[in-house]
Design a protein around this ligand. Structure first.
Ligand code: AMP
Ligand code: GLY
Length: 420
């Protein structure tokens, strides 16, 4: 079959890689892709948030399946345009993707569905924000309402900083601080049936020890040996199925990947956020462990046929990914640094490198062209082995100014997050 993947990050490289390993896939395309993706797929220079451009590309390629990686095309209505054009598309409708596109909408759905989450107030003025900060007390959690590419949330004990973020963001959701380890559970949903994938953990803060600013995610691992064995089942029962039922009830049936970002608090599981797509970098480790061929699974999901897809199979062992970021990330990433050493890294057994923000310059040199530049993935019999391999490969890569966290998967049961 012929598959087109939209997006250009490490997540999309992981999707393309898993699709390339699926014997059912005979032809792979990506838009806009990146140099790493270009080694596996034909890349097309198309604005993926433009429904007309994407539909025109699909008319040209005639794919059996389009997989939408990032949230921006979903929120822009690209999946609707493709389905209207008769294309099988993995990714929720614009109306259903609002579960990620608006924090206040997500809260409404959770409240109506009885999904456990932090108590929250939507604030549209400084006066309302002040009242909400006083109600919840420190540490303060202030979230911009719309899409913010991982930068819309401030968690701080500094009331002035919390208010500044509220003022700068317009409509905000201010909520109760949740305390406990954070985990990610992906669920595939076809409008009626849902299945959970392997729980994973992402490291959102920039610096070791979960300090520094929030980022898109600096590393991840799966599985979670310390988590309750029934975490995926519990998430389906308490979070995913009630949320999907509520979305159907309000005329926004959900098909695609529902990302549940959870906090395991002393009072039980709470939803921190929903996303309408695969997480980045969690996808890199979850797909590494998936034994079920990906193309058939996503096609079943996109065609409302998940019930007949059968159970999922998972490879034993563990995977760890370490993100190599550009100098200045997340505030002001510097582009252009030359990336070298990939050939050496490739020789470390059980590892591979996925590309995110990369480009090839006029001299043919691979360079940094984004905040998160590379994902080094290591797999092994257990987390310690996977981690050692990922770091061994990462150390062989050079990129001036580039940096990465040194504690990904080092302490599998993370302690309390720090407020900045
Ligand atoms: P979000 O974009 O909603 O996932 O928030 C980004 C990050 O902010 C989360 O991964 C958490 O680390 C942190 N965060 C969000 N909401 C809360 C909360 N209610 N309590 C504590 N930390 C939070
Ligand atoms: N890794 C967090 C996210 O994809 O939103």
């Amino acid at each position: 079959m012929r598959v087109l993947v939209l997006g250009s990050g490490g997540r999309e490289h992981a999707l393309v890689r898993a699709l390339a390993l699926d014997g059912a896939v005979s032809e792979l395309h990506a838009a806009p892709g990146n140099p790493g993706i270009g080694e596996l797929a034909d890349v097309h220079d198309v604005a993926v948030t433009d429904p007309a451009e994407v539909t025109a590309l699909a008319r040209k390629i005639v794919p059996d399946l389009v997989v939408i990686g990032p949230e921006a095309p979903l929120v822009a209505g690209v999946s609707d345009a493709l389905r209207d054009a008769g294309v099988t598309c993995f990714g929720p409708s614009q109306r259903a993707a609002m579960i990620e596109g608006s924090k206040s909408f997500a809260k409404q759905v959770m409240t109506a569905a009885g999904v456990p989450t932090a108590a929250a107030v939507t604030c549209r003025s400084e006066r309302e924000a002040e009242a909400a900060l006083a109600r919840f007390g420190p540490p303060y959690v202030v979230k911009a309402d719309g899409l913010a590419a991982g930068k819309g949330v401030v968690v701080t004990t500094d009331r002035e900083a919390a208010l500044r973020h509220a003022r700068a963001s317009g409509t905000v959701v201010i909520e109760e601080f949740l305390d406990g380890p954070e985990v990610t559970v992906f669920a595939l949903a076809d409008g009626a049936t849902a299945v959970a994938l392997l729980p994973s953990q992402d490291y959102k803060r920039a610096a070791d020890g979960d300090t520094g600013p929030n980022t898109g995610g600096m590393g991840a691992y799966a599985p979670l040996p310390w988590a309750p064995a029934d975490l995926a089942e519990q998430t389906l029962a308490e979070v995913v199925r009630p949320a999907l039922a509520e979305l159907s009830r309000i005329g926004r049936p959900y098909s695609g990947l529902l990302y549940a970002g959870l906090c395991l608090t002393s009072q039980g599981l709470r939803v921190v956020e929903f996303n309408a797509r695969f997480g980045d970098p969690e996808t890199q480790v979850v797909l590494d462990r998936l034994g079920t061929p990906l193309a058939g699974l996503l096609t079943a999901c996109a065609s409302g046929d998940l019930a007949s897809a059968g159970g999922l199979s998972w490879r034993p062992g563990a995977a760890v990914t370490v993100v190599i970021a550009a100098e200045g990330y997340p505030a002001r990433p510097v582009g252009g640094a030359a990336i070298n050493g990939l050939a050496g890294a490739r020789r470390v057994p059980g590892t591979y490198v996925l590309q995110a923000g990369t480009a090839i310059d006029d001299a043919g040199q691979l360079t940094a062209a984004g905040g998160r530049v590379l994902n080094v993935v290591g797999a092994g019999d257990d987390l310690a082995a996977a981690r050692a391999r990922a770091y061994e490969a990462a150390a062989l890569i050079t990129m001036p100014g580039g940096w990465y966290r040194s504690d990904i998967a080092a302490a599998p049961a993370p302690g309390t997050r720090q407020a900045t």
